[in-house]
Design a protein around this ligand. Structure first.
Ligand SMILES: [Zn+2]
Length: 432
């Protein structure tokens, strides 16, 4: 055990690479533990030191890493960037240890909300939407990469496109069996027949932003009241037997006190709602002010709050690192809901895509016993402050860039302190 090189009282847990959040140049970084809090410490020769919390409390950072037992599967097709240059011009280079599992397609930059917090800064000066023919071409690029990726249609807000059902049909017809829609749910709530159109087109799952159970939360995060809209969207999906995953963005002091309420709402709406996927806020795109450590919530804190706020119904010990990504990117557990309100944790699933309708035989057997599968997971997207380049090597969730390369999603959306985008302003941000 050696002292960290940052000149403070902590102990080092290893070194990695990161970025200066101001100028986005690549700099060395060190993981430093002080008591049970782990920080990413780094210093830019021009902009000084940065110390960002990445892990608070139990399970310990070290034990969590040891719980991840798996062999990564390297990507078959490589992108243009040379290994060692990550995250600049990032694509699936020879430095990557993991193939992509899911790919996000940004099908519009337009949005029908103007959220004060938005990781893609949607709605501001949107580019023209890609045509259906262009999206077909993207999909053929993915097929050439050799895998039937899970496709996430994202934006912006994909439902502002009137050709979304046709887009889903075309993606499915090209051979992609899992198509998920990332949405705020506004259109699903307003147009009763819309869920039916999407279902008929072949949509697999609705990934619905769902930040809390009071309007104060929606006002703070989305800029308007949305609770009734969300519930109406879920109801319309239920009538079409269209699966829904609730996706809360967790922000300290805004909705971290509603984790238990969100889970109770979700389980009450099972089986339509089959999972809750928490996302601790990451500071990219549009957000108010520069982030302090108090503005962050880490994965172990979410596990503990799940247990506390559900009175132990869902225990922190049930969770494991997701089996594809770097273990510090995500956690996951699957439970069986019983008719009387009981909950049984299941063993760790071998398939990271367990929330998807991938095991019909098992589900049939269990539904015969009147139990419902329910998943709880979380994924911590990285921003310019907490970026650990070792996480990108094992990224499982990619975006397809406009020049048709697979880019780790965090690198794709990452922005600097002045709002500059890493993946779209390479010449401006890349160091000489
Ligand atoms: Zn700098």
């Amino acid at each position: 055990m050696r002292k960290s090189g940052n000149g403070e009282g902590g102990r080092t847990l290893g070194t990695t690479g990161s970025l200066c959040p101001v100028c986005l140049r690549r700099i060395a970084a060190e993981r430093v533990i002080e008591d049970d809090v782990v920080y990413l410490c780094k210093s830019c020769p021009e902009h000084g030191p940065f110390k960002t919390v990445i892990w608070r409390g139990l399970p310990s950072y070290q034990s969590w890493g040891e719980a991840a037992l798996r062999s990564p599967a390297p990507p078959a097709a490589c992108g243009a960037a040379a290994a060692g240059q990550c995250p600049f011009n990032c694509a699936l280079c020879a430095g990557h240890l993991q193939h992509a599992g899911a790919v996000e397609l940004e099908v519009t930059e337009r949005c029908n909300l103007a959220c004060p917090i938005c990781c893609s800064a949607a709605g501001a000066n949107p580019s023209p939407d890609p045509s259906l023919a262009q999206i077909d071409a993207w999909c053929r690029t993915l097929l050439a990469a050799g895998r039937a990726f899970a496709i996430h249609l994202s934006g912006g807000e994909p439902t502002v496109r009137h050709d979304l059902p046709e887009m889903i049909q075309r993606v499915r017809a090209l051979g992609f069996n899992y198509v998920q829609l990332n949405t705020n749910g506004v259109r699903l709530a307003l147009e009763k027949e819309y869920a039916s159109e999407l279902k008929e087109a072949g949509l697999s799952c609705v990934s619905l932003q769902f930040d809390g159970v009071t309007e104060e939360v929606f006002e703070a995060i989305r800029g308007r009241h949305l609770l009734e809209t969300k519930l109406a969207a879920i109801q319309n999906c239920a009538e079409q037997q269209l699966d829904v995953v609730l996706v809360p963005t967790l922000i300290p002091g805004v909705n971290t006190g509603q984790i238990g309420d969100i889970l109770r709402t979700a389980t009450a709406l099972s089986p339509t709602v089959r999972a809750v996927h928490f996302q601790p806020i990451s500071y990219m795109g549009r957000y108010p002010g520069l982030p302090q450590n108090a503005d962050r919530i880490t994965l172990p804190e979410i596990m503990q709050l799940i247990e506390q706020q559900t009175a132990g119904q869902f225990t922190a010990a049930s969770f494991r690192p997701a089996s594809a990504e770097n273990p510090y990117c995500a956690f996951h557990a699957r439970f069986w809901l019983q008719p009387g309100g009981g909950v049984i944790p299941t063993v760790r699933p071998a398939n990271p895509a367990c929330c998807r309708p991938a095991q019909p035989a098992n589900l049939d057997a269990f539904s015969a016993q009147q139990k419902q599968a329910f998943c709880i997971s979380a994924m911590a997207f990285q921003d310019a402050w907490n970026l650990d380049l070792e996480h990108l090597d094992k990224c499982f969730l990619h975006a397809l860039s406009p020049n048709r390369e697979l880019v780790p999603l965090c690198a794709y959306h990452l922005t600097g302190a002045h709002g500059q985008r890493l993946s779209r302003s390479l010449t401006a941000t890349r160091p000489a």
